[in-house]
Design a protein around this ligand. Structure first.
Ligand SMILES: [Zn+2]
Length: 162
């Protein structure tokens, strides 16, 4: 598995480049923002949560434990590029694979969609687990329009039985 656009389980410092686990930063975030414990917010599929503006007026942003710099989730945001080594790792994985499984992406940005195009050129089936339309819908061998976590859990359970 290659997390092409990174994952929210990690946090990267924009100043020193050090990677931290989200869990370790979460401890600081909670300690510095006790008022957030009384706020309720529904989590979106992308990990975002919508909060009312007044909930954020006193929000303290945790700083990098290493250098005090600015932290961001270890994900590729719009306008950023996927790191070259990650693209190469995904490309090598595609070459060695029999098929491609895309989980939880609309594939609307080319950085992910290109792997579906490359798989199609190699005659490899592409399967997507995603709620909603994807850019690759016309080329899919199978589309499973269900919540990802639920589907992967069920799939893992079935694989363990075999
Ligand atoms: Zn830092």
């Amino acid at each position: 598995m290659v997390e092409l656009h990174g994952g929210i389980g990690g946090v990267t410092c924009l100043d020193c480049g050090m990677h931290h686990s989200r869990a370790s930063i979460q401890q600081t975030l909670e300690a510095e923002n006790p008022a957030l414990f009384s706020v309720t917010a529904e989590t979106g599929a992308d990990g975002d949560a919508h909060l009312e503006r007044h909930d954020l007026d006193s929000f303290c942003i945790p700083a990098c434990p290493n250098c005090g710099g600015l932290l961001k989730p270890a994900v590729v945001f719009f306008g950023e590029s996927v790191p070259r080594e990650r693209v190469e790792a995904a490309s090598h994985a595609l070459d060695a694979a029999d098929a491609v499984l895309v989980v939880g992406s609309s594939l609307m940005v080319y950085s992910g969609y290109r792997f579906c195009v490359w798989a199609q050129k190699q005659g490899k089936p592409v399967v997507v687990i995603n709620l909603g339309r994807t850019r690759a819908d016309p080329m899919l061998a199978l589309k499973i329009a269900t919540p990802c976590a639920e589907t992967l859990t069920a799939l893992a359970g079935r694989m363990a039985l075999d």
